[in-house]
Design a binder for this molecule. Structure first.
Ligand SMILES: NC(=O)c1ccc[n+]([C@@H]2O[C@H](COP(=O)([O-])OP(=O)(O)OC[C@H]3O[C@@H](n4cnc5c(N)ncnc54)[C@H](O)[C@@H]3O)[C@@H](O)[C@H]2O)c1
Ligand SMILES: Nc1ncnc2c1ncn2[C@@H]1O[C@H](COP(=O)(O)OP(=O)(O)OP(=O)(O)O)[C@@H](O)[C@H]1O
Length: 573
């Protein structure tokens, strides 16, 4: 490069001979090539810049530039003796015009210039960042001081003149004794500030720099919620501490704002006690409470044949009418066992009115109301308020291989307990690929898989080794059925995930999906089942409250951890 064409010197000072010397390689062979300090025009030295460039790099540059002018150098340096190479090098130097050496130095100084520019940019960036940080700190301290002053005023004690002064000085120094006198009794000041030692602060007093911990924000992020409409704070950051602001397991109370007028009865079929009680309750509700009653079509016929006074009981004639039941019904009463609650829920593909489940079955895990005391129970519920358990349902969709490019293939199916994917009549192991959102979970090889709600955790999932989970816990259970693996433990996943169970093409057989033990669907290789929590839970009325009812059911219904207590006589510590 022509020296005249070089950029202005202020861009980068040319390296001094001293600097060049510093950058010389440790390699002795190279030293023999080095004719000593090279005379170059005097220029301000920048040793520090040169230091940042590795010696090796300079060596390589210089060597390669020699190479480019005399391609034989590498052969010389690697194959001939050092004496020969020295001789060759001197010859080479003798033939190398000084212009060429200058050209290398120019090249080198250009490299230095680039490094200097980069360093300058870094230094400028750092200075700007420091200035910005200082400005933020200043504003923050000012704000803190102002807030502090306001609180001190609120405390009714003498104004902390010091704070005012210090605020204007952009720092806040508050003697600990002042704080106690001012706000200590109210527990405000002393707990909401951090006190850090400030280097260089007034050594005469024990004054400290006072500042708040940095605040930050966490929020729910809903899958697919591009507008962020469902995002809301779920923690608060009071004084820099994370506190849960909203808890999903709060007790929920139902308080009527207007009087309930319509009750739907769902009853277990083929049960005489149920039939008799249903007729009695319907009459009582109509005569004493002036309530409109809906029943299933087959119940309507039953009631009419028994007593013509039941002709005022309403029902529905077709699916379209059934689909809008939730708009007419204030309350659902079930008479039967858990299966009847499941059946009642299955009639509602969308929102479900509150369910009051009377126990007329063998187990009655979800049926907490004693049928003998139906009058008191119904009175309490109709008057309100009463606790409810919001029971999540699974919304499941079968995606057929042939139609997997279509967005929605089959109607979604809602399950209150679980969806089971099993081997059906096939005698082969099921082979199911499972994904949670977009992450691979596992391959199930065994009898099948149960994807259960927390309400269903005490049903089939429990029998397959899953944990019992309180129905208000927001989760989805992932429980294998007889997995042919020693290490397949059940999982509980968060309620917001979407699960996909795929029958792979290389599966030996078909799989079968069923929903709350009903509605079996065959899954061929290539078919998939998608499950997520439905937006329409089933609100079931509690006899006492959600937790008391749950614990009562696991004690009384499942005899959980029932064991005779050891007597005192016997060995002791
Ligand atoms: N091996 C098993 O334990 C097994 C096998 C198949 C189905 N099931 C369960 O049966 C349910 C269908 O119930 P059904 O009454 O229509 O059939 P069902 O008449 O065969 O009764 C099943 C039993 O499960 C009990 N049950 C149902 N839901 C429950 C729950 N949430 N908690 C505790 N116990 C519950 C019922 O009270 C009943 O005793 C399915 O959703 C499934 O959970 C269990
Ligand atoms: N109204 C209904 N129409 C059709 N089937 C129903 C209806 N109510 C309940 N069933 C079905 O009847 C079966 C038995 O009902 P349920 O579980 O309530 O009685 P149970 O077996 O005596 O009680 P438990 O669940 O306590 O053992 C279940 O499979 C359920 O789906």
């Amino acid at each position: 490069m022509d020296r005249a064409a070089m950029p202005a010197q202020e861009e980068l000072p040319l390296p001094s001979p001293e600097a060049i010397q510093f950058a010389q390689p440790a390699d002795s062979r190279f030293r023999t090539l080095n004719p000593g300090p090279i005379p170059i025009p005097a220029a301000p030295s920048s040793r520090s810049l040169v230091e940042s460039v590795s010696d090796q790099r300079v060596n390589l540059d210089v060597i390669s530039s020699y190479q480019s002018e005399n391609g034989s150098l590498s052969t010389v340096s690697s194959t001939v003796s050092s004496e020969e190479s020295e001789k060759a090098a001197y010859e080479l130097l003798a033939h190398t015009p000084i212009k060429s050496t200058d050209a290398h130095l120019v090249e080198f100084s250009e490299a230095m210039r680039t490094v200097a520019k980069a360093l300058r940019r870094v230094a400028e960036g750092k200075a700007a960042a420091q200035a910005e940080a200082a400005e933020w700190k200043r504003k923050y301290e000012l704000e803190t001081a102002q807030k502090q002053q306001t609180k001190i005023k609120d405390c009714g004690s003498s104004t902390g003149n010091n704070l005012g002064k210090l605020a204007s000085q952009r720092t806040l120094e508050t003697p600990a004794s002042d704080q106690t006198a001012c706000c200590g009794n109210h527990g405000i000041c002393s707990h909401e500030v951090l006190q850090d030692e400030v280097p260089g602060s007034n050594p005469r007093s024990s004054h400290k720099m006072v500042g708040r911990k940095a605040s930050f924000r966490l929020s729910w992020g809903c899958n697919g919620d591009k507008n962020g409409q469902h995002k809301h704070d779920f923690v608060s950051f009071e004084k820099g501490d994370i506190t849960t602001a909203e808890r999903s397991n709060k007790q929920i109370l139902l308080r009527w704002e207007s009087r309930p007028q319509t009750v739907l009865f769902i009853t277990k079929p083929n049960s005489n006690p149920v039939r008799v009680l249903c007729a009695e309750m319907v009459r009582w509700l109509k005569e004493h409470k002036n309530i409109n009653v809906f029943v299933e079509p087959w119940v309507s016929k039953d009631l009419l044949t028994e007593d013509s006074s039941h002709n005022l009981v309403q029902t529905w004639d077709n699916d379209e009418e059934r689909k809008v039941l939730h708009k007419k019904v204030d309350l659902i009463v079930t008479l039967g066992g858990d299966g009847t609650v499941l059946w009642a829920a299955s009639l509602f593909k969308g929102p479900v009115p509150p369910v009051v489940a009377f126990s007329m079955g063998s187990l009655g895990f979800m049926t907490r109301f004693p049928s003998q005391q139906y009058r008191d129970c119904l009175d309490n519920v109709l008057n309100g308020p009463f606790s409810i358990t919001l029971r999540n349902r699974l919304q499941c969709r079968v995606i057929r291989d042939a139609a997997k490019d279509e967005l929605e293939t089959e109607e979604p199916i809602l399950a209150l307990n679980e969806v089971t994917i099993d081997r059906g009549i096939s005698s082969y192991l099921t082979y199911l690929e499972c994904y949670c959102d977009s992450s691979f979970v596992t391959c199930v090889q065994g009898d099948g898989l149960i994807i259960s709600t927390t309400s269903g955790s005490t049903a089939y999932s429990l029998a397959a080794g899953g944990s019992m989970v309180h129905p208000q816990v927001p989760g989805i259970l992932f429980t294998p059925i007889c997995p042919h693996s020693l290490s397949f433990r059940p999982l509980i996943l968060p309620e917001y995930v979407t699960l996909r169970v795929q029958v792979p093409y290389n599966s030996r057989g078909h799989a079968w999906a069923s929903f709350d033990g009903k509605d079996r669907k065959q899954l061929a290789p290539g078919d998939a089942l998608i499950c997520s929590i439905s937006p329409w839970p089933v609100p079931t009325a509690c006899l006492v409250d959600s937790t008391t009812d749950f614990l009562h059911s696991i004690h009384e219904g499942l005899h959980w951890n029932l064991r005779k207590t050891q007597s005192l006589d016997g060995p002791r510590d």
